[in-house]
Design a protein around this ligand. Structure first.
Ligand code: IVH
Length: 702
């Protein structure tokens, strides 16, 4: 397909937004201990996101994996930070220069120091000392002391305002209630964290009580600090390291960060002085970081990297920063922890659209705090490239810190007699002959039991029809014992049918039926998402529902499209530019329309209609707003209250389009703080520029 580069970028950005949404959703489910997709699928999503984000040069502060995001919880008082709580810029192992060559961590750090020297107009022979400190992986906290007594503890929140967690911090004794010799009002910042041994024993207690365990200390710490009633927190063992003096009150304080840390230790604050050093240059800092990372002396401290800061505090005020990070410090992240283990077997998972994913069955091994016994091998091309064989010793690490994966084989340990892993010829679930498409293998049989189960599981999941009570375990039984094979059949189930299943009392069965009843009203967009049609994620489903309004109109259109009706094809996915569905590429439209027009999908939709499932767009999901409908918007910079994705949603719901780049066709640029080149370009092209308030008033929401 011939596309302009702008269009390609627009559709890739669309895909990125879609991926971000899915990842956020699944991360929540995973953290809540109720994952809805196999790890391998999550892993794939995450990798796709990271690759695309790097390719599209998405600035760090906008990346899903880098954003602070608000942690506000209901019932907690919000407190505005006198000085915003920012993040740190990170040295990144994936960074490329303008020619696309990768830049080593050492070079990046050299560059960073050189920029600071320039900002500060340091002469060539002037020293610029750096302090290197461990970076504790917990939750940042702002502590307010009045005459040495802890008066208030506040989370970072969105950086501008956070939640008051004073009671939780006091009850858990996570930070000192008193500090010695402190005069006046003092603000100190630091990290609350849960040492590994205390976390493990808390989890052990949960396990013994038959309760769900907590995934990792960081999330556990965040969760407990948001417990509304802090009773019981005194025994969980959450603690802190303090590292920043923000407001000195009436105290005479030292002039370097190193001396401040020593001073904090003297007045009784927990400070990790053992892991701190002062060096003269970038090379010294990097050497200390690497040596520390290799030693990882105290794993219980949950140190995930180091922070490099200018030591001289009076220089901080002379440096600017971005809305996201100050220029006086930068973070170095340790490379992910790798562990070697034995690969006992390779199983093959069949996904909802028949995609086969090889999964490594491993000798259980502790990696970055959790025991890993299975890990994704992504696809067979990848598996062959790495030449992973049963019996091999493999290196395992966690992608995005949560999802385990096999990174490579230790060939020096390969036992004699291993054989390359063969691609499956038959589906492990139904025995159908396997097909391949690009790098993936597929089971082509829509009646394959594994696919049926996965599809129904997805249909019922929260992101699709959100059927309360119909979880993964029940779906397996419904398929195996009740012979259900298609989503519309779910609505024919009675409480009596369900009550006969394992671990299903009458009450649970009634709940599932009520859940099914409620799901009937979720509207067309959800129905389209739930059908698991390739290339139809939440956003595209919403766009299709918004444009066509009813399933019938969409199906009629799909029939015309598949008959080769040029006008229909051009209207939705033209060769050039964008059609009715912003950013929908011809290739994707071909797949979507063919699948919608297939007898299988038509049968399901007809069945859903008979069951009384609403097949039209919900009122209020899309309400065209004059002045916005049909117009193209570009969002840039940080808006004061809205996340950019939310602003984009509002525009789309009002019938507008959101594009990633400014051109003559752009109608409005919505610019927030730190808006960069896009704003400049808009000014040059004379495109109308709005701030958040302007956008809201255009949307009729102000
Ligand atoms: S200095 C602008 N020092 O890492 C924030 N931060 O994104 C500067 N952290 O938000 C903070 N150990 O939560 C600093 N020794 C340390 C730290 C540290 C952990 C956290 C903190 C910060 C995040 C960096």
């Amino acid at each position: 397909m011939a596309t302009t580069s702008a269009q390609t970028e627009a559709s890739r950005r669309e895909l990125l937004t879609e991926l971000a949404r899915e990842i956020e959703y699944h991360e929540k489910a995973y953290r809540a201990g109720a994952p809805e997709i196999p790890d391998s699928a999550f892993d794939e999503l995450f990798e796709q996101y990271q690759e695309l984000a790097i390719e599209l040069e998405i600035p760090e502060e906008e990346r899903l994996d880098r954003r602070p995001g608000s942690d506000h919880a209901e019932g907690f008082e919000e407190v505005t930070h006198a000085v915003p709580m920012l993040s740190l810029e990170k040295l990144s192992s994936a960074r490329k220069d303008s020619k696309g060559e990768s830049v080593s961590l050492g070079e990046q750090l050299e560059n960073w120091v050189a920029r600071r020297r320039q900002d500060l107009e340091c002469g060539a022979d002037e020293a610029l000392q750096l302090i290197v400190e461990p970076k504790i992986d917990g939750i940042s906290v702002s502590l307010h002391y009045d005459s040495g007594r802890l008066k208030r503890a506040v989370t970072r929140g969105d950086g501008k305002k956070g939640d008051d967690i004073t009671r939780q911090v006091l009850q858990s004794r996570a930070a000192p209630e008193r500090l010695k010799r402190l005069k006046g009002e003092v603000e100190i910042r630091g990290e609350l964290y849960w040492p590994r041994p205390a976390f493990d024993s808390y989890n052990e207690g949960l396990r013994k009580a038959g309760q769900a365990t907590i995934m990792n200390p960081r999330n556990g710490c965040a969760g407990l600090m948001k417990r509304k009633e802090p009773v019981g927190l005194e025994s969980v063992g959450i603690t802190s390291f303090l590292y920043q003096l923000v407001t000195p009150g009436n105290n005479k304080v030292p002039e370097t960060q190193h001396a401040v840390l020593e001073w904090l230790a003297e007045i009784g604050a927990p400070v990790y002085l053992d892991g701190v050093t002062v060096v003269n240059d970038a090379a010294g800092a990097l050497a200390f970081c690497e040596a520390f990372g290799e030693r990882r002396p105290q794993p219980e401290y949950e140190i995930d990297g180091m922070v490099i800061k200018l030591d001289e505090l009076r220089l901080y005020d002379r440096l600017s920063g971005t809305g996201h990070h100050p220029h006086w410090g930068i973070a170095y992240k340790f490379p992910p922890e790798r562990r070697a283990t034995t690969l006992h077997g390779i199983t093959v998972q069949v996904g909802k659209s028949g995609k086969l994913t090889p999964v490594a069955e491993l000798e259980p091994v502790l990696v970055a705090g959790t025991t890993v016994s299975r890990a994704s091998l992504h696809n067979f091309v990848e598996l062959e490239r790495k030449d992973v064989r049963i019996g091999d010793t493999v290196w395992v690490e966690k992608a995005g810190e949560i999802i385990p994966q096999v990174v490579s084989v230790d060939l020096s340990k390969r036992p004699a007699g291993t054989v390359p892993t063969a691609r499956p010829q038959q589906c492990p679930s139904c025995g159908a002959e396997i097909m391949s498409e690009e790098i993936f293998l597929y089971c082509p049989n829509p009646a394959c039991p594994a696919q049926i189960t996965e599809r129904l599981r997805f249909f019922a999941s929260r992101q699709a029809m959100d059927i309360d009570g119909l979880g993964a375990v029940l779906v397996v039984q419904i398929v195996d014992k009740l012979g259900i094979s298609s989503p519309e059949q779910l609505f024919e189930l009675s409480a009596k049918d369900l009550a006969g299943l394992e671990r299903m009392g009458k009450k649970s069965a009634d709940n599932v039926i009520a859940g099914l009843e409620r799901a009937k009203g979720r509207g067309l967009a959800r129905v389209l998402t739930s059908l698991a049609i390739r290339h139809v994620g939440t956003t595209t489903a919403e766009d299709l529902a918004g444009h066509f309004g009813t399933a019938q109109a969409l199906l009629d259109f799909a029939a015309r499209y598949c008959d080769g009706d040029e006008a229909a094809i051009e209207s939705i996915a033209p060769e050039k530019g964008s059609g009715a569905i912003e950013g929908l590429a011809r290739k994707s439209a071909d797949v979507i329309m063919t699948e919608l027009n297939s007898p299988g999908v038509r049968r399901v939709i007809a069945g859903l209609e008979r069951a009384g499932v609403r097949l039209s767009q919900l009122e209020g999901q899309r309400r065209e707003v004059e002045g916005v409908a049909g117009k193209t918007f570009v969002l840039t910079g940080t808006l004061p209250t809205l996340k950019r994705s939310d602003a984009g949603e509002k525009i789309k719901r009002a019938g507008g389009k959101v594009s990633g780049s400014v051109s003559k066709k752009t109608d409005f640029v919505v610019a927030g703080e730190e808006a960069g080149s896009k704003l400049e370009k808009a000014q040059k092209l004379g495109v109308a520029i709005l701030d958040e308030a302007g956008l809201l008033s255009l949307l009729g929401e102000a």
